[in-house]
Design a protein around this ligand. Sequence first.
Ligand code: ZN
Length: 117
Amino acid sequence: MGNAIGNICRGTCPSCSKGKIFEKNGLLYKMRMPKMHENCAVCGYKFEKEPGYFYGAMYVSYMLTVGQAVGLYMILAYIFKFDDNFQIFLLIAATMIGLSFFNMRISRTIWIHLFKN
Ligand SMILES: [Zn+2]
């Protein structure tokens, strides 16, 4: 389990813990999506087991996004004492866009690790 968490943080293969899952991180300002390797470069583990395999990762992504939005709301409302909900909404929306590629990478990585075999 500790190994899986380390692999998720490093974005490495669930099978050998060495190969990287993503070839490129993606750049939001260039609208370049993160690019995945098809197979692990070290052990050949296939990351996308079937077409549509990563639809399930959207649930992981949704969970992460809701958690981040609620967390950010708490920080803005109770620590920074924002009292304008519209300002909070704009800040949360901007943050969610900023984190979208990160969330896509991490949710796919978690998904791969959830169903490794
Ligand atoms: Zn591997």
